[in-house]
Design a protein around this ligand. Structure first.
Ligand SMILES: *[C@@H]1O[C@H](CO)[C@@H](O)[C@H](O)[C@H]1NC(C)=O
Ligand SMILES: *[C@@H]1O[C@H](CO)[C@@H](O)[C@H](O)[C@H]1NC(C)=O
Ligand SMILES: *[C@@H]1O[C@H](CO)[C@@H](O)[C@H](O)[C@H]1NC(C)=O
Length: 518
């Protein structure tokens, strides 16, 4: 949905200055020098941070358990093998070409749906094209982001995949078909009649083209094999992701926070709580001027009370503290550029000083190091950047591509000890589903509606943070930590298309098809 990258910002002039080709190498050198100096000083600060006295009422072991433990799968296991009825793919001379749309995670699930669709239609899949035109403005190709060979080989027993259309077909007319949303097997059996007249069907959009429910078990399991096993990130992305995860884990356990406090997100949702008038007006103007955002008139207060706003950095801070996470906890911020820079982020950092960022995609390449410095705790960022600078080429390439930067966020979020999304969205859903698949790793889904009610009571002086908040918040989130449950069906009273639309996404919770009782 609103995955636009924040467009212009006050940082941009700086960017372009540092991005002009010749000074980069000089800049990298300066930076290295500078980071070495600061890292030297920072060792003392690391010591200070980790020795910060933390007052805890619970003995450490008990506290650890409820904060980090996810009971190792709760007696469930992955189940993705096909049934005995499953046959190898047929060798037929008919092809599906696909253009994916949306951001990284929408494309990932779209690709896996198209794998399933190719299977249903008995068609050979041509490696999909990625979205290069949408708001993501990313020129990455499939093989920049994914391991193409692995994708083809891992799905050998399911469908045929080719890199390109055979030459003799490339110039033939294709049937261009917008598949209907949340379609069933019988829909695809029907559209496969197009193959009577055409050798190739072209699909211009891949998001949500396949139903979440009521599909054969072998199709559902194929979706899981595709997403969790076949569709892996390319080696450079995996390597960098792994390195960053290791670096984070060297500090102990960490939370990955998908903090959707970005300009486009606030503008799109109409959430201006806590902002001053000129900021609120700017966000409203941005929404009114963005053509593909249909909803123009939004009452910010009602949005917030309804639980439809991303939590603010301050609210996230209060929330995590109330759950009992100690101030020294390392929190990786998986997100784009924060709205207001440090203005609002500081409300989170005052409670959790160990915030870790990657270099942000919206201000490409190394200029970010410069612009982020004043608002980052020197210890972590510089340790981080110093090492990532060691692979400057890799880093440069990745941070200048929104999808690749999002892939890094994805990896760090899936591998985190605890994942906390401050708002819903494709990324939050995909990460949550993947974590469920991986032994139900802990994902804490804030009850935004309930929390806002508590926060407002605090603001009115009806509730004290120190004494009463923590038990209330803890109780409110007991059953929102990613433990096993069956995927939700549609909201009550929904009919037709709305029923399909309101079902929980298959990829958010592939239980029962791909996660079974031991
Ligand atoms: C695909 O092949 C299977 C097995 O031969 C067949 O049962 C099915 O009807 C075919 N489906 C389509 C859409 O052609
Ligand atoms: C609103 O906030 C912005 C940035 O946080 C600041 O630059 C501006 O001066 C503020 N405006 C008013 C009227 O307070
Ligand atoms: C927005 O909704 C709130 C709560 O319903 C109401 O008090 C307020 O007047 C509304 N604001 C506008 C500008 O309509």
């Amino acid at each position: 949905m609103a995955n636009t990258r924040a467009s212009s910002s006050s940082l941009d002039p700086l960017c372009s200055r540092f991005l002009s080709p010749s000074p980069i190498s000089v800049y990298v050198l300066l930076l290295l020098l500078f980071s070495t100096v600061v890292v030297f000083f920072s060792h003392r600060q690391i010591a200070q941070v980790s020795h910060q006295p933390f007052v805890s009422e619970l003995p450490p072991v008990l506290e650890d358990k409820h904060l980090w433990d996810s009971s190792h799968g709760y007696g469930y296991k992955q189940c993705i093998k096909p049934t005995h009825r499953y046959k190898p793919p047929q060798d037929v001379n008919r092809y599906l070409t696909v253009r994916n749309n949306g951001g990284l995670n929408q494309m990932r699930t779209g690709i896996c749906d198209m794998v399933a669709v190719a299977r249903i239609m008995n068609a050979t899949l041509v490696i999909p094209e990625l979205d290069k035109r949408s708001f993501w403005q990313d020129s990455s190709t499939f093989s920049d982001i994914f391991d193409e060979n692995h994708f083809i080989n891992a799905l050998q027993g399911d469908i045929h995949i080719v890199r390109e259309l055979p030459k003799e077909l490339a110039s033939l007319p294709r049937a261009r078909k917008h598949f209907t949303s949340w379609a069933s097997v019988s829909y695809y059996e029907e559209v496969s009649h197009l193959f009577k007249d055409y050798k190739v069907i072209h699909v211009p959009k891949s998001d949500s083209r396949l139903a979440n429910n009521d599909l054969p078990i072998d199709i559902q399991r194929l979706r899981c094999r595709a997403l969790y096993h076949a569709l892996q990130f390319s080696a450079p992305i995996q390597d960098l992701g792994k390195k960053l995860v290791e670096r984070l884990k060297s500090h102990g356990r960490y939370i990955a926070l998908h903090l959707r406090y970005e300009k486009d997100m606030l503008s799109f949702t109409g959430c201006t709580y806590g902002l001053n008038d000129s900021e609120a007006e700017m966000l409203t103007a941005l929404r009114e001027n963005t053509k593909h955002w249909k909803l123009k008139k939004i009452n910010s207060t009602e949005q917030r009370i309804g639980g439809f706003c991303p939590l603010t950095p301050k609210e996230v801070g209060i929330f995590l503290q109330a759950l009992g996470y100690p101030p020294a906890t390392y929190i990786y911020i998986a997100a784009g550029e924060m709205f207001g820079g440090d203005t609002y982020l500081s409300d989170l950092r005052s409670r959790f000083p160990n915030l870790v960022f990657k270099v942000l995609p919206s201000c490409a390449k190394l200029c970010l190091v410069q612009t982020m410095l004043p608002i980052l705790p020197p210890i972590i960022t510089l340790n981080f950047l110093q090492e990532t600078l060691a692979t400057a080429e890799e880093l440069k390439k990745i941070v200048s591509h929104a999808s690749q930067a999002a892939a890094i966020d994805y990896i760090i979020s899936v591998e985190s000890d605890v994942f906390v999304p401050s708002y819903t969205g494709n990324m939050a859903r995909a990460v949550e589903g993947h974590r469920r698949y991986l032994d139900h790793r802990k994902t804490i889904n804030p009850d935004r509606k309930g929390l806002v009610e508590l926060f407002d009571k605090m603001e009115n002086g009806e509730l004290k943070e120190s004494s009463t908040l923590s038990p209330l918040v803890t109780r409110m989130h007991k059953s929102r930590q990613g433990s096993p449950r069956k995927r939700y069906g549609s909201l009550p009273g929904m009919k037709g298309r709305n029923r399909l639309r309101t079902e929980e996404s298959f990829y958010e919770n592939p239980l029962p098809e791909c996660i079974c009782r031991n």
